[in-house]
Every structure is written in C-alpha cells, then in structure tokens.
Design a protein around this ligand. Structure first.
Ligand SMILES: CCCCCCCCCCCCC/C=C/[C@@H](O)[C@H](CO)NC(=O)CCCCCCCCCCCCCCC
Ligand SMILES: Nc1ncnc2c1ncn2[C@@H]1O[C@H](COP(=O)(O)OP(=O)(O)OP(=O)(O)O)[C@@H](O)[C@H]1O
Ligand SMILES: [Ca+2]
Length: 448
C-alpha cells in the first residue's frame, strides 16, 4: 500500500482477519496502480484463484425469523450480513418467515438444486426447522420411511449456515465458538464446513423429531414448557422459567435403556474438546461405519444397559451445547460428529445439590463429579416413564400448578405423577416415552 497519486486507480481487497476469541472480522487493504491494464489483470487473477476453490457458495437461500431472540433477526441480516454477502458476490433469495414452520414447509417442497446452501437467521429452533425441511425432502426423494426407526437415512447434500439471532444459539456457539453474526457470515463466505450428528426421536414406531443439540426431559423440558408462555420476555424468559423450575424441584420416575457407544474413541469425562478437523470425530466415524456393517452382516446381539429411578433431569447432548450461559456446555467433551450422544442422568437430590450441579455449568468445575449424576456415551436410548401417557393426559387436564402434582402417596417426596416433556433443540415434544438414536451426519457451513 502506498500513498495515492491523483491518476492511480484504487482497488480494495477485502479479507478475513481473526480477532479475539474465535471472532472473525472483515478487513481491507487498498491498492493503487497507475496502469489500468495491470490492475485488471491482478483482479482477474485473484478472482480465478477464488473460483478454483469451489467450496465458496455463490447462491444461497436465506430464511430470517423476525421473532427469534430479541427480534433483531431482520436488522442483523440487513446491517451486518447482507453487505458482506454482496462484497463476496453471493446472490441470495431471502424469505422472512411469516409463521412457525414456514421455513420447514418451504424446504420440504422447493427445488433445491439451484442453491449452494441454506442460511438460517435465528436461533436453535429456527435451525431445527431448516434441518427438518431438508432431511424430510431428502428422504422423500430417496423413498425412505422416516417412521421406521431402523431406516438408514440418506445424507443431505446442502450445507446450512447459521446467523445467530436467537436466545440460546447453542448450535452456533458450539460449532463456531462464539455467537457473532459477522463471524458466522465470514465462515459461510469462505465455504467452511463442519459435519454434525443428528439423532431421531420416535414414539411407538412413529417419527417425532430430529435433534442436533439438547434433548432434555425433566428440568430442561419444564423450563422450556414454562418459558413458551413468556416469549415476550425474549431471552430472559429462560432465566425466569429456570428459576421457577428450580424452585418447583420436580423429579420424574422412569426407566432408561441405553446402548453404550463402545467402538468410538473418548468418553464424556475426558479432556478432549471438539474443534475443527477433530481427530476423535474422524476416527469414530470410521469405526462406527465398520461396526454397523458388521452388525448388519452378523445380527450381533447388543448389550443394552438399564437404569431405573427418579430423575430431576435426563439430558441427551449430541454436542457440547456450549452457550453464553455455559461456555463449556452441558457436556464439555461431547463431539459434534462422532455418531454418539452423551446421556446425562441427574437423579433425585436436594435443591442445594442440584444447584451445585447447575453452578458447575458456569465455571470450570466438573458437573459430573457428583454422586447423583451419571453420564454415558451412547448410540441409542429408550426412556419409558413410570406413569402411562394415557393416564397422564387426564391428570394434565386437571391442571398442574407451579409446584406440580406431587406424588399422592408421599406428599413431601416431590416426585411427580405427571410426566414431563422433552425439550428437543428448544421445541417441545409432548410424548414422554421416546426412542432416540444417532441417524445422520448433517453438514454445517461453518467450522470451529
Ligand atoms: C445459578 C445459575 C445456574 C445457571 C445454570 C446454567 C446452566 C445452563 C445450561 C444451558 C444449556 C443449554 C442447552 C441448550 C439448549 C437449546 O437446545 C435450547 C434451544 O435454544 N435452549 C434451551 O432450552 C434454553 C435452556 C435454558 C436453561 C436455563 C436454565 C437457567 C437455570 C437457572 C437456575 C437458577 C437457580 C437460582 C437459585 C437461587
Ligand atoms: N414468523 C414467525 N412467527 C412466529 N414464529 C416463528 C416465525 N418464524 C419462525 N418461528 C418459530 O419461532 C421459534 C423460535 O425461533 P428461534 O429458534 O429463532 O428463536 P429462540 O427460540 O428465541 O432462540 P433459541 O432457539 O436459540 O433459544 C421456532 O420454533 C420457529 O419455528
Ligand atoms: Ca456427538
């Protein structure tokens, strides 16, 4: 860069610069050249180099949820993201959603061949809509029955980018390391990608939902259910409902059956942390493929384990679930794409002990190093509540007050006869009895 002379042609080159703690920003350098021809040759040569890379998206379908988080999705996209896409010569078709499931239903039908990727501007719930639309369309074209829990799903060919504009944004946080719209836009522009585990949730051989971050019963299910009534509060609805749910101290009785992930590397209490190009994910993916093939050939009997009891929370983390409330996440050593789920069981304990467990999510202490907490790395699990779901519907009709419907035999035991519900990536699943398994790699347009 040198000082401009009047007759020099200025050309600005924009590039990605790393800044503090996983943040990326767009920086620029201005070149001046007095020879117009030479200048154009430079620009064309650089453009050819970029085109050769092939991973950069050229045409994107963008969904904006105007009501996610602090309702700033549209503003964030217009002010921070669209100008960067324009600089990178990315063309976009932008859809501002008009109702819940708008993005999901559009994606389930539309011809996706003209797009290089999908971008969702919103939170985890919005991302969930997008993967449901994409996965459903892919299975429909391939003639796969999603209701059959044993179906081998076909991977989607499109990548999904997330511009964080939600309340928790844990999928963005756990993949990029931060929830910053500019950083995410730059990851999308340079064509980064990160595979990610997807689990399916079934009830009585009927497909319910896919999950990519947290599937939580008990505490997180109740927090979500209560928080839906307070959406007007924005992201702080979770703190309010979290506090209420903490005070209600409900526990739920049931049986968990799980299939341990024995063929993969690592365990939920090791020191490994999943980052871009993760060795554990690459290695475990290969081992898992081998073991699945072996089982198909030999019909190997699998070694299911059983845990019965009263639980304050049953959490299935497909990834660390790191977010601003918990920078290391619900399961700090969980992997984004190793084909496994970390199953965390928090048994009935005192309020004080449960608070100790929760507080450890906010600092470096080990939240699993407590007598009432168990954690297993699994491929599959089944939860059956003690009370049948049909009976529960009747009890629900009577109504559940703030402190819940306590066990009628032991009024002081705090064990609920009403079932909780599952929190699936921030969306409610009404059924308590579920069968969950790893089913698919999904590709994100970003990397950690
Ligand atoms: C004393 C402070 C303890 C703080 C403990 C914080 C633990 C936070 C762990 C967050 C895990 C997030 C998992 C991600 C789930 C997402 O798929 C989903 C959709 O976006 N988000 C939520 O369900 C949103 C879930 C939000 C849950 C918030 C829970 C807040 C608990 C507050 C308890 C207060 C007790 C105070 C007693 C004096
Ligand atoms: N136009 C719309 N009107 C109402 N709801 C919508 C609209 N578009 C999307 N939704 C729904 O809004 C819900 C929440 O969206 P989103 O995940 O973006 O924000 P959030 O819940 O605040 O954040 P997080 O999921 O990170 O906690 C999703 O379930 C989505 O289906
Ligand atoms: Ca995983």
């Amino acid at each position: 860069k040198r000082l401009s002379r009047q007759e020099d042609v200025p050309r600005i080159l924009y590039y990605v610069q790393r800044s503090k703690e996983h943040h990326w920003c767009c920086a620029e350098v201005t070149f001046y050249c007095s020879d117009q021809l030479l200048c154009n040759q430079w620009v064309q040569a650089l453009q050819r180099r970029l085109d050769l890379q092939g991973v950069r998206p050229k045409n994107l379908l963008v969904f904006i949820n105007p009501f996610g988080g602090k309702q700033l999705g549209k503003h964030i996209y217009d002010k921070k993201v669209a100008p960067l896409f324009q600089l990178a010569s990315i063309t976009t078709e932008v859809i501002v959603t008009e109702h819940a499931n708008h993005a999901r239903d559009h994606l389930a039908e539309v011809d996706l061949r003209i797009y290089d990727g999908i971008v969702c501007v919103g939170g985890d719930g919005m991302f969930s809509e997008v993967i449901h639309g994409l996965i459903c369309q892919t299975q429909k074209i391939a003639g796969i029955d999603q209701n059959d829990p044993n179906s081998k799903l076909v991977a989607c060919s499109l990548r999904i980018g997330i511009i964080p504009a939600g309340s928790t944004d844990c999928i963005c946080y756990a993949t990029v390391g931060v929830n910053d719209p500019v950083t995410s836009a730059l990851h999308i522009i340079v064509g980064d990608s990160q595979p990610m585990d997807v689990s399916s949730v079934h009830h009585n051989n009927t497909f319910l939902k896919y999950s990519v971050s947290l599937l939580g019963y008990g505490f997180y299910g109740d927090v979500l259910k209560d928080s839906e009534n307070n959406r007007w509060m924005g992201p702080s609805r979770y703190d309010f409902s979290g506090f209420k749910t903490f005070l209600s101290h409900q526990c739920y009785e049931g049986t968990v059956l799980y299939l341990p992930a024995t063929e993969t590397l690592g365990n939920p209490r090791d020191e490994s942390r999943c980052t871009a190009g993760c060795y554990v994910c690459q290695y475990s993916g290969k081992l898992l493929d081998l073991s699945n093939n072996k089982q198909e050939l030999k019909h190997v009997e699998e070694d299911w384990k059983v845990v019965k009891g009263k639980f304050l929370a049953i959490n299935a983390a497909n990834m660390s679930c790191a977010c601003s409330k918990s920078p290391m996440g619900l399961s700090p050593a969980a992997h984004l794409a190793d084909g496994t789920i970390d199953l965390i069981l928090v048994r009935k304990c005192s309020r004080f002990n449960f608070l100790r467990h929760l507080i450890r999510h906010t600092n470096k202490d080990d939240q699993f190093d407590l007598a009432f907490v168990e954690v297993y790395r699994v491929k599959q699990f089944i939860f059956t509540p003690k009370y049948s779901e049909e009976d529960n519907i009747d009890i629900r009709d009577i109504g559940k007050n703030l402190f819940g419907q306590f066990c009628s035999d032991h009024p002081a035991c705090g064990c609920s006869q009403v079932n909780s519900n599952w929190n699936c990536d921030g969306e409610i699943i009404e059924h308590a009895a579920v069968e969950v398994r790893y089913v698919l790699f999904c590709c994100l347009e970003l990397s950690g």
